[in-house]
Design a protein around this ligand. Structure first.
Ligand code: CTP
Length: 392
């Protein structure tokens, strides 16, 4: 949990909020705006959370290269309580002028905002427009309570009680755990087929889509095994990662686990062919060279033939006739869903951080997922898998 505190009088209530979160065994990282430190000391939060409190954006004593980026990847949910009119306005325009606004701009976590201010400020159209915009961008806004405000008047603008803010954050955490206890196997990356001790044939897959998919399952509470071909990526936290090289090894690792999992998502770009023979000495230079290839087993097709209640999700990377080819694979491999990827489209495909896909269901209906970050695409895929899992 990242607890952001901005400069309003309600900041004193956030000490109680931090205490509740810590009592519930959450790891709480507090980040304060400089203005918040005029209302309550960072030392108060450091003592409650047992962690240093972030305030300074530029800090030469920090070990990390980019503190705001590290902090942004830390939380599952971020709560800003109190959220002043000033900070709401900065979030709406994408400003990053202090550590907290920078972290919130960089984070992929869901953000809960607890606006707290004088009633006149709260009803000002500028503030209301900002809240509307933030809501439309997916921020979760807690309605301020009515009552006596610090400025002496009665009205709407009070930060909700710490227990209510805590409940809202807990609800979001629990909603996001819709895969709790589900056993999932994801494959990622290319496979490599050895030609000789120094050479191999492979493909351009980077593994990014499969790794993001594994992270998305993990974030939502699944037990995830990732069987990965060679990539430059760091294994996702909390995911059992099994590294393989060839198609044969991937087949073996997948087969071993198939009967124990409920979902298989095969994002790997499997080499369809392998050299008939792998030389154990380096092949020397000649005028010309022919390599005879044999076809590799189709891992997913094998699973489709054996499946007993598992949800099978395939990926189809195509350069032409996208839907027709992808739907053909869905039927031929007995899949429940196929994610079709048009490699000819800008921003889609192997190397980038974004993707634009079409998810095809067994009944032929299609969900179009617009261009977005691969983690977001993964969550859309998970949203489609969940109802199928409940049908099994
Ligand atoms: N796949 C597999 N084993 C193979 C080939 C593919 O498990 N030997 C899986 C991939 O992981 C992917 C799906 O099948 O989920 C489709 O892969 P793709 O390479 O697009 O299709 P192919 O069946 O290999 O057909 P083609 O190469 O002709 O497009």
């Amino acid at each position: 949990m990242l607890l952001g505190i901005t400069g309003g009088i309600a900041a004193y209530k956030s000490a109680e909020l931090a205490r509740i979160m810590v009592r519930e065994n959450w790891q709480v990282q507090v980040v304060m705006t400089p203005a918040a430190t005029s209302f309550i000391s960072p030392l108060t939060f450091q003592s409650i959370t047992n962690r240093p409190v972030g305030v300074e954006l530029f800090d030469t004593s920090a070990v990390s290269r980019a503190k705001h980026v590290d902090l942004a990847s830390f939380p599952e949910v971020a709560v800003v309580a109190p959220a002043t009119a000033n900070t709401l306005s900065k979030l709406a325009t994408g400003m990053a002028d202090n550590l907290l606004t920078s972290v919130l701009l960089a984070t992929e976590a869901e953000v809960v905002l607890a606006p707290s201010m004088n009633e006149g400020m709260y009803h000002n159209p500028a503030v209301q427009d900002n809240l509307q915009l933030l809501r439309s961008r997916g921020f979760f806004i807690l309605e301020p309570a009515e009552g006596e405000l610090a400025c002496g008047v009665e009205g709407r603008g009070r930060m909700p009680e710490p227990a209510q803010v805590y409940n809202a954050a807990r609800d979001i955490l629990e909603k996001n755990k819709d895969y709790t206890g589900v056993r999932v196997l994801v494959t990622a990356g290319p496979t490599r087929e050895s030609l000789d001790p120094v050479r191999f044939i492979s493909n351009r897959s980077t593994g990014k889509m499969g790794y993001k998919l594994a992270s998305a399952f993990r974030e939502r509470g699944a037990d995830v095994v990732l069987v990965s071909g060679p990539t430059n990526l760091t294994p996702p936290e909390g995911v059992e990662t099994v590294l393989v090289e060839s198609t044969g090894e991937m087949l073996q690792e997948v087969q071993k686990r198939f009967s124990r999992v409920q979902v298989v998502a095969k994002a790997a770009a499997v080499s369809d062919y392998a050299p008939q023979k792998s030389e154990n000495k380096k092949i020397k230079k000649k005028d010309s060279l022919s390599i005879e290839l044999r076809s590799n087993p189709d891992i997913l097709k094998n699973l489709g033939e054996q499946k007993a209640g598992q949800v099978l999700v395939g990926f189809a990377a195509e350069t032409n006739d996208l839907l027709q080819n992808a739907e053909g694979k869905l039927r031929a491999k007995n899949l429940d869903l196929i994610v079709a990827n048009d490699l000819s489209e800008e921003g889609a495909g192997f190397a980038g951080d974004t993707n634009r896909v079409k998810i095809i269901r067994r009944d032929g209906s299609i969900v179009e997922v617009p261009l977005m970050d691969k983690l977001e695409v993964s969550h859309r895929i998970l949203d489609e898998i969940l109802p199928l899992l409940q049908e099994q």
